[in-house]
Write a protein that binds this ligand. Sequence first.
Ligand SMILES: C[S@@+](CC[C@H](N)C(=O)[O-])C[C@H]1O[C@@H](n2cnc3c(N)ncnc32)[C@H](O)[C@@H]1O
Length: 272
Amino acid sequence: MEDKRLAGKLDYSDIDLKQWKEYDDILTDSLWLLKSRQHTDGHVFDYHGNFIPQIANQVFRRYTREGEIVIDWFLGSGTSAIEAANLNRRLIGLELKAELVEHVKSKLPVESVGDAIRLVQADSASDDALRRVQTQLAGMGSDFAQLAVLHPPYADIIKFSELESDLSNCSSTDDFLAGFKRVAKNAYDTLENGRFAVLVIGDKYCAGVLDPLGFKCMNVMNEVGFKTKSIIVKNIEGNEKAKGKNNNLWRYRALKGGFYIFKHEYVIIFFK
Ligand SMILES: C[S@@+](CC[C@H](N)C(=O)[O-])C[C@H]1O[C@@H](n2cnc3c(N)ncnc32)[C@H](O)[C@@H]1O
């Protein structure tokens, strides 16, 4: 039988290690200074708080093979779904806001919706979401997904809706972490053994004190069973609508308050 390692194949990626010098554009350093948001291949910047497409592109190519299934537990404007279609990955995307699910549908190739790309309007922290994801997986001929993506609200930094189960409406960081833990558990239970999960998250300030949401959410992921593989620090240039004239104000506030303005967030890689 062919030894996969000798043949240069990985179990979880189409990267051919025999050609490893040819993958110049696959990042392997823990500091990602990405110059600008990708606006091609179906990607548009139409949602406050969406991640830049390069994150999905990097992790899909690194941690999945063509045809495999990604579950995005916080679909938002569907960046991961568009990239899954571009890279011939299948995807189940969950999002609380019904109108957003419809909007994402309209941005995807018609033939992929309901087949390779399945969108579920649900509270990702619920048992109902778990059951519906399992139904979708069964419909795709699989018991488990091969990659989990989690890009939750950064607690209450951006309020996404008025809905009670929206994690951006939690009344405290502890409540937020409790809700996030239920999503992380659903993600763990639906992921194939030996495969990867990606958490995209930033920290926040609260009354002049840093609240390290990134590390707290990483701990929650560990508590439900995920093991941490890498912490990547990524710049947030291109993530936000231009702050323009507010930039100077923030600089003034930072100088006055003795703090530093966030220019980074985390992309944290886990495995099961
Ligand atoms: C940071 S955004 C995700 C952005 C996404 N990665 C993109 O590129 O568009 C977080 C999303 O989680 C959704 N959300 C909040 N609470 C949720 C919950 N309990 N279940 C499902 N989605 C939720 C929000 O409506 C929001 O769209």
